[in-house]
Design a protein around this ligand. Structure first.
Ligand code: HEC
Length: 142
């Protein structure tokens, strides 16, 4: 192999490795902020997803307090979709679509339905937002 060719190959390999490493780092944590993806999932995304399922699927909201709890959970899930798209976290289109098309749009429509106390529309929004978990995890969760 010519010296020039092997040098070019080396540069290409080094570039590939760096790109791959920074992709992994982005998925687990943003570039500058301390919050890890694992912390975000464990502290916000999972508990509020569970709260939505309990409050809308397993039982139906009966009091104003029940609706307020649902409003809080769905808003925090919506907010998570913004956090996950910031600070250089987003590595690709799969991640972006899961965050924006599923999690953000689904939670926004569920939030609007919850504000109107419309259980069926809220469930449709929750179904849409919950598709984000599988879509993103299939590619990005080890
Ligand atoms: C845009 C991508 C993305 C979306 C959307 C997403 N997750 Fe995650 N999730 C991850 C990644 C990446 C990890 C692995 C983080 C790690 O181990 O560093 C993870 C890990 C988790 C974990 C394990 C946390 C732990 O303590 O180890 C749970 C639970 C979880 N996600 C729940 C959810 C639920 C529920 C949803 C949907 C409402 C969701 N996730 C949506 C990317 C996503």
């Amino acid at each position: 192999m010519k010296k020039q060719t092997s040098f070019a190959l080396l540069v290409l390999l080094a570039f590939g490795a760096t790109t791959l490493m920074s992709t992994i780092a982005q998925v687990k944590k943003g570039k500058t902020r301390p919050l890890t993806t694992e912390q975000l999932m464990a502290a916000i995304v999972k508990p509020h997803m569970t709260a939505l399922k309990k409050g809308l699927v397993d039982s139906k909201p009966a009091s104003d307090e029940d609706w307020e709890k649902l409003a809080l959970s769905v808003s925090l899930l919506n907010e998570s979709s913004f956090i996950m798209m910031e600070d250089g976290r987003c590595p690709d289109q799969v991640w972006a679509d899961a965050c924006v098309k599923d999690l953000r749009e689904g939670s926004a429509s569920a939030a609007a339905a919850i504000a109107k106390k419309d259980v069926d529309a809220a469930l449709a929004g929750v179904k849409q937002l919950s598709a984000s978990c599988k879509a993103c995890h299939t590619k990005h969760k080890e």
